[in-house]
Design a protein around this ligand. Structure first.
Ligand code: HEM
Ligand code: HEM
Length: 247
């Protein structure tokens, strides 16, 4: 069983990383022929960096758009962030003090993550407009994440797993020295679903993670008058024309 999980984790991690790299390369090559920053937009590159940070950390555009979706969405994402930071303790031998201190907050993060997901799920079920455009995968992602959070909460509060052994397993994974894993059901389910998440992520709407930073409506500087905007492929065409046509 341990060997199966070690193999599954290795495969899932490779799919996740290679899939993300492939997508990021693809995104970076897509031409943006038009200047389309949503205004009011920043006038400098520094301003764009601040705008993107505000989007990634505060979900600024979603806040302006819908307060309930923002509330549950932001709650879920921030809690997930804390939960994932807390999980670093499984992969770092000597856990640094800030991460140790974060452990206490982490307990509640699991619950706020679940509440956020439940709110987003209810939105898809009960808001008619949203229900109309929801695909099965929209529900399935939320259910998958709720199950991961639920099995995590079970392990932390109800039926404990041997986290020392889990840590050894995780450290073994990163150093290619596979160790055995406890076989209690919540842990098996938790880890299996985490692998499903990693394998599907590069082929799904969860690509919004890198995608946000490539959105031309958010990452462009609002300077169309000061600087003529030419897409990369059009620049290449210009160069070709200049080569073949005598001036
Ligand atoms: C840079 C990191 C991330 C940012 C900035 C971000 C941002 C967002 C935003 C703004 C939405 C709301 C979309 C809308 O309804 O208008 C969203 C939805 C969603 N995000 Fe993220 N996200 C990030 C990372 C993640 C990660 C790591 C996961 C899970 C592993 C995730 C899972 C989801 C899911 C499942 C939804 C859909 C919720 C629904 O049913 O409406 N996100 N994200
Ligand atoms: C490398 C992969 C992972 C491993 C080995 C792992 C293992 C564990 C273990 C052993 C616990 C119980 C902690 C305790 O008893 O103190 C736990 C809890 C939890 N896990 Fe994971 N997990 C992984 C990935 C994830 C991911 C990707 C998510 C979220 C999408 C997640 C969400 C949670 C939550 C919400 C809890 C309960 C609260 C907490 O202890 O932080 N886990 N996990």
């Amino acid at each position: 069983m341990s060997a199966f999980y070690a193999l599954l984790f290795t495969v899932a991690f490779l799919v996740l990383i290679l899939g993300l790299v492939k997508k990021i390369i693809q995104y970076s090559r897509v031409p943006a022929p038009l200047k389309i920053p949503v205004t009011p937009a920043p006038l400098t590159k520094g301003g764009v960096a601040i705008r993107l940070a505000k989007e990634a950390i505060l979900f600024a555009a979603l806040f302006r758009s819908n307060k309930w979706t923002w509330l549950f969405g932001w709650l879920f994402h921030m809690s997930l962030f804390v939960v994932l930071l807390n999980h670093l303790r499984f992969f770092i031998k000597d856990v640094p003090l800030p991460l140790v201190l974060l452990q206490n907050v982490g307990e509640y993060a699991a619950f706020t993550m679940f509440i956020g997901l439940a709110g987003l799920f209810a939105r898809r079920l009960f808001v008619a407009r949203v229900k109309y455009i929801s695909a099965p995968s929209d529900y399935l992602w939320l259910i998958l994440l709720m199950f991961i959070a639920f099995t995590g909460i079970v392990m932390r509060f109800i039926s404990h797993t041997d986290i020392i052994a889990v840590k050894e397993f995780c450290l073994g994974l990163v150093s290619f020295n596979w160790q055995s894993l406890p076989t209690d059901v919540p842990l098996m389910v938790h880890l299996f679903l985490v692998c499903v998440l990693m394998i599907l992520l590069p082929f799904s709407k969860l690509l919004h993670i890198p995608g946000l930073f490539f959105a031309p409506s958010r990452n462009q500087v609002d300077n169309p008058r000061e600087k003529r905007h030419v897409a990369n492929w059009a620049l290449d065409l210009d160069a070709e024309k200049n080569k073949t046509q005598p001036k």
